[in-house]
Design a protein around this ligand. Structure first.
Ligand code: ADP
Ligand code: NA
Length: 341
């Protein structure tokens, strides 16, 4: 039987944070048994905004080690670095010629990320990033892409590009060129979790927790020390309502912190509601900090073990890249044939 395929990734920009973990990585772990999974450290995406060249390599290694520390099992999943498989960029180029500029101009993330420098100064790489992400997905004929809410629009774009390429180059045209005909690409579907899909900043309840936010206080990084976690939770933004509750639109911070608590404690939403409804922030914050520390400590311990054995990690990444290259080569052969090269 052929397993359906799942592909996803995280950019090695700064530190992996709780949003990446709850929105993406934690959910990947549950998919490994059912699907053929490929988890990528997408380093080409990390250079689209100004970045520190001394940090990129380290962040790439750290992100890979964290995938494993969070429970990605390389006897089941392929873990690799995007730049180790050149076909990502190659396919991106082919997809760019089938992407109307107007489609990219609608991307919310580009609008947000280019706001600071202005559109004229933003890099072409930042603008075409969705085509690279589309290539990451389509190269492996992915069925599902487990991501956080913020990536929904990019997956929608990937679907539209796949359909367009299938229409432009697939089917009878491809058959006439000696191909098998039919679809060049599978149409991927997003997998967005029920809880944790949009973890918010700790300093304002309205923007998402992000690696690119200037304040480190706004996020919990997976590798933050116990003291730092306690401190960040102690200082995080709250409100002056009495008691705690989910889903009150006037209390985004409260909903965010309760949701984080719910996931890391492994409790049901109703249990958390019952446990916390009469609590003050002064009672809840230490509870949340403890739950976070308890959840993250084993991950941090495994991370330390993995990072202490760089040869092991290199071997994993090299095997992952070999597997990815083999799968991607099929798509590239078909694409070149169908496009008449
Ligand atoms: P960032 O936006 O922090 O740079 P990436 O772009 O590398 O993170 O995203 C990696 C994965 O983490 C994606 O699946 C994305 O949807 C998810 N993700 C990022 N931030 C959050 C968040 N605040 N809440 C939930 N998921 C998130
Ligand atoms: Na993102």
């Amino acid at each position: 039987s052929v397993k359906k395929r799942v592909v996803s990734g995280v950019q090695p920009t700064g530190s992996v944070h709780l949003g990446n973990y709850l929105g993406a990585i934690k959910n990947w772990v549950a998919l490994q048994d059912t699907y053929e999974t490929l988890f990528i450290i997408v380093d080409h995406h990390a250079i689209t905004l100004p970045y520190d060249t001394r940090q990129l390599g380290k962040a790439t290694t750290d992100t890979a080690a964290l995938y494993l520390a969070c429970g990605i099992d390389v006897s089941k999943a392929s873990v690799f670095v995007q730049s180790h498989v050149p076909a990502h960029v190659e396919l991106m180029w082919l997809l760019c010629s089938s992407t109307p500029i107007g489609w990219l101009q609608k991307m919310i993330q580009f609008k947000e990320k280019s706001r600071k420098e202005g559109v004229e100064n933003a890099s072409v790489g930042l603008f075409t990033y969705p085509d690279l992400m589309t290539a990451d997905i389509l190269l492996y004929q992915s069925d599902f892409v487990p991501v956080g809410e913020d990536q929904k629009q990019h997956i929608e774009l990937a679907r539209e590009i796949a359909q367009r390429v299938n229409h432009l180059y697939g089917g009878k045209k491809w058959k006439k060129l000696g191909g098998r005909g039919g679809s060049l690409f599978k149409i991927p579907e997003p997998l967005i979790p029920q809880a944790g899909a949009r973890v918010m900043s700790l300093t304002d309840g309205l923007s998402k927790m992000s690696k690119s936010a200037p304040s480190d206080q706004s996020r919990i990084n997976l590798l933050d020390s116990k003291d730092l976690i306690v401190d960040k939770i102690k200082r995080c933004k709250t409100d002056s309502f009495a008691g705690l509750e989910f889903d009150n639109a006037e209390r985004p911070e409260c909903n965010n912190l309760l949701s984080i608590y719910q996931i890391v404690s492994g409790k049901k939403k109703e249990e958390v509601m019952e446990e916390c409804k009469d609590m003050s922030w002064g009672t809840f914050k230490p509870l949340l900090a403890d739950a976070l520390i308890e959840h993250l400590s084993p991950i941090q311990a495994r991370y330390q073990e993995i990072i202490a054995e760089p040869e092991y990690l290199d071997k994993i990444l090299s095997e992952g890249a070999d597997r990815a290259e083999e799968l991607g080569a099929v798509t590239m052969r078909n694409m070149y044939q169908a496009m008449g090269y």
